[in-house]
Design a protein around this ligand. Structure first.
Ligand code: FAD
Length: 412
């Protein structure tokens, strides 16, 4: 099997890179071990959300100009970031992932415990605000499902009251889910989402809301709507005659699962191939050029270009042992680690190991023994030079570096 480009990794970065190549007519294949960190998604995308003191950033484009030269956005070029952010938004639109937000002004999204967090784009229909301490409505009815322990109604209510909202809390029983409550591990967001894809259950929910919500202007639910059906939130709003918004649950993230499925389906519709359940375990190299990769299922795939989009520690792109320190398991790429020390004793500090990752040149070609491998690029969470948690930049770096890599390949 031979392709123009083989992308290793099927997360946000690999999928966006694949879509960008496929929509420009290239034969691309994605090889992925399994699910990605999209299954932990908050339903929002950060471009650059926090400054070095942890304060929310108003205009990420301005703040990006001040980043270190080694930061992935600096390698892209601060001037190009806005352009690539538009392309990233187009990719989401093509996949029918409806989002809100603008590139030169961050907004805020409600988190599972009810606090507000700064972000660049957020999934349409989630509870968001233009500012950090108020909403444009006054009263809220907050609903959970009986037995669902991954949505913290009282925490959320307490936070929202702090924003001067009138909040009432309610619980709904969906009869189909009663049996699931016997085993708390089965009562997860995805189980509820599957039940709510049935119109009869949306009708039960609508009735409970109409019975209990009183005069509340807005209804808030856990983000468990529309796993397969796209119209459930709109149907519910019509039935309860008011705005229905959602707040993310703890993982699994239904919004993230929907995103991953939508991106995969667009990639395939554009002619892309996905090798799911294949872990890349080996490769061949000639004259500083990767010629093929081999997977755990003994499939060998060759290509003109390869993209390493295997994520960070959670995705499996980086690993570490006491003996070797941090390493990249497929190609043995050079690792860049800014600080000598990996961790700090204060768990709430920005941990230095989060900045470590694969070293690349300015076109994101992977370095090995200090030399750029001619046809191997890296994008997404595997890159060094930034701290996604401290900066709130994970999804932005994943998408923008994916597009930059696709453009660098297309321009060769
Ligand atoms: C808990 C959590 C919450 C987050 N919340 C936010 C947020 O609110 N906002 C934000 O902007 N960002 C957030 N992020 C960060 C953001 O989601 C990630 O930075 C981004 O999705 C990374 O995408 P990726 O494609 O680079 O890597 P990943 O999503 O890790 O994907 C890596 C892929 O590579 C595959 N893979 C790994 N090794 C191999 C191999 N040897 N062979 C084949 N395939 C392989 C994996 O199976 C997976 O498919 C969060 C991340 C986490 C973990």
């Amino acid at each position: 099997m031979r392709y123009d480009t083989v992308i290793i990794g099927g997360g946000l970065s690999g999928l966006i890179c694949g879509i960008e190549l496929a929509r420009k007519g290239k034969q691309a294949a994605i090889v992925a071990t399994g699910h990605s960190t999209l299954h932990f998604s908050s339903g929002s995308f950060g471009l650059l959300s926090k400054d070095s003191n942890g304060n929310a950033i108003d205009n990420p484009l301005e703040a990006i100009k001040a980043l270190d030269a080694n930061h992935p956005y600096s390698k892209i070029g601060a001037d190009r970031v806005a352009e690539l952010a538009d392309v990233a938004t187009q990719c989401l639109n093509i996949a029918e992932i409806a989002t809100n937000g603008s590139t030169d002004k961050n907004h805020f999204i409600a988190t599972p415990p009810g606090t507000l967090r700064c972000c660049w784009r957020s999934i349409d229909g989630m509870l968001t605000s233009e500012c950090s301490n108020s909403f444009d409505f006054k009263s809220v009815a907050l609903f959970n499902f009986d037995g669902f322990i991954d949505f913290y109604t009282e925490f959320i209510a307490s936070q929202l009251r702090g924003f001067s909202l009138e909040v009432s809390c309610h619980s709904v029983e969906i009869p189909e889910l009663v049996v699931r409550r016997d085993n708390p591990t089965e009562m997860r967001s995805t189980t509820i989402a599957r039940a709510l894809d049935k119109i009869e259950n949306i009708e039960i929910l609508a009735k409970a809301i109409n019975d209990k919500a009183g005069e509340a202007q807005v209804v808030i639910l856990p983000a468990v709507l529309g796993l397969y059906r796209k119209d459930t939130q709109a149907l519910l709003e019509k039935a309860v005659n008011r705005k229905v918004l959602t707040i993310n649950t703890v993982p699994p993230s239904v919004e993230g699962i929907k995103m991953e499925r939508a991106l995969k389906s667009v990639f395939k519709a554009m002619g892309g191939t996905i090798f799911t359940g294949h872990t890349v375990v080996n490769h061949t190299v000639e004259d500083n050029t990767i010629t093929s990769i081999t997977t755990s299922k003994d499939v060998t795939v060759s290509a003109e270009h390869f993209v390493l989009a295997t994520g960070s520690f959670i995705g499996g792109g980086l690993d570490s042992t006491h003996q070797e320190g941090i390493f990249e398991p497929i190609f043995g790429a050079d690792i860049e680690q800014k600080e000598e020390q990996y961790t700090l004793i204060d768990i709430f500090e920005a941990q230095p190991f989060m900045c470590s990752g694969v070293a690349t040149d300015n076109s994101f070609k992977v370095l090995k023994n200090g030399t750029a491998i001619d046809n191997l690029y890296a994008c997404g969470a595997i890159l060094s030079g930034y701290n996604p948690v401290k900066e709130g930049s994970g999804a932005g770096v994943a998408m923008l570096t994916a597009i930059a890599v696709a453009e660098n390949i297309l321009n060769r």
